[in-house]
Design a protein around this ligand. Structure first.
Ligand code: NDP
Ligand code: 8X3
Length: 253
């Protein structure tokens, strides 16, 4: 049966790939992001496979979140799956020289944006006693790296909030899953390095990173397992990525 799937950050990367994957399976889509032109193109491509509603949404704008969700057409009001995907990293500077504005934007998007959308959608899921929330975290939430500071911390929040939601929702038929991807080639690094293409492409040089399609397949699988199963958390890296040893400085004395 066709479900209604709401995807934040659907204009590129994982979000756009999820839209394509869920459309392929005939599910109806609510696609939200700031770049409406991208969403219009996606809607045009997908609308022969499913119903697609698009709207411009900046998740950092609290009143826009409630306006956009309150004005969903009636055919799209009954949300079965929420994919909290909108997010970004800005910069790779150490904490002592990072931009406070970048930190605030990451917190406002990755944490508060996700909370605003969830806070508005969750009561409807509870009222009908069904639904699935998929939060996109990151390996950066578990494994610190130099320059990851606030970005990693926002993704630790997403991991923990996902688990806390499960605790609150015990006894209800609502699933919550946290997906933590590692190195994946999308527009992520272009955004992080503020359109410095050389720096962005350098991130993936000599690697075979995850693709947006890989993550969409995983999100789709997580939502397709039998309804008594909850995939709590799933961490995924490309084979070319793994952990290093803990760092030790031998010059400090
Ligand atoms: P992209 O930059 O390709 O996509 C990010 C999406 O988030 C875009 O659609 C963008 O849309 C949207 N977005 C950003 N800020 C806002 C905002 N304020 N309001 C609404 N939408 C917003 O990167 P990815 O697809 O890689 O990123 C998707 C998620 O995956 C993010 O949460 C990211 O942190 C996470 N992630 C990425 C990894 C990677 O290596 N690529 C690995 C692990 C996690 P628009 O600009 O149109 O608003
Ligand atoms: C994106 C993965 O390692 O660039 O969340 O932080 S990483």
């Amino acid at each position: 049966m066709a479900k209604t799937v709401l995807i934040t950050g659907a204009s590129s990367g994982f979000g756009a790939a999820c839209a394509e994957k869920f459309a392929e399976a005939g599910h109806n889509l609510i696609l939200l992001a700031r770049r409406l032109d991208r969403l219009e193109t996606l809607q045009h491509t997908l609308q022969d496979r499913c119903q697609v509603h698009i709207d411009r949404l900046d998740v950092t704008d609290s009143s826009a979140v409630s306006d956009v969700l309150n004005r969903l057409p009636s055919a799209f009001k009954n949300i079965d799956i929420l994919i909290n995907n909108a997010g970004l990293a800005l910069g790779l500077d150490p904490a002592h020289s990072a931009s406070l504005e970048d930190w605030e934007t990451m917190v406002n998007t990755n944490i508060l944006g996700l909370l605003r959308v969830t806070h508005q959608i969750l009561p409807g899921m509870v009222a009908k006693d069904s639904g699935h929330i998929v939060n996109i975290g990151s390996t950066a939430g578990s494994w610190p790296y130099p320059g990851g500071n606030v970005y990693g911390a926002t993704k630790s929040f997403v991991q923990t909030f996902s688990r806390q939601l499960r605790a609150d929702l015990l006894g209800k038929h609502i699933r919550v899953s946290n997906i933590d991807p590692g190195l994946a080639e999308t527009e992520f690094s272009q955004v992080r390095f503020k359109n410095d293409r050389e720096q962005a492409t350098g991130v993936y040089k000599g690697t075979q990173p995850l693709t947006a399609k890989d993550i969409a397949e995983i999100v789709f699988w997580v939502t397709s397992v039998p309804p008594h199963i909850n995939i709590n958390a799933l961490e995924v890296m490309p084979v070319c990525q793994a952990w290093g040893p803990l760092s030790v400085d031998r010059e400090m004395g």
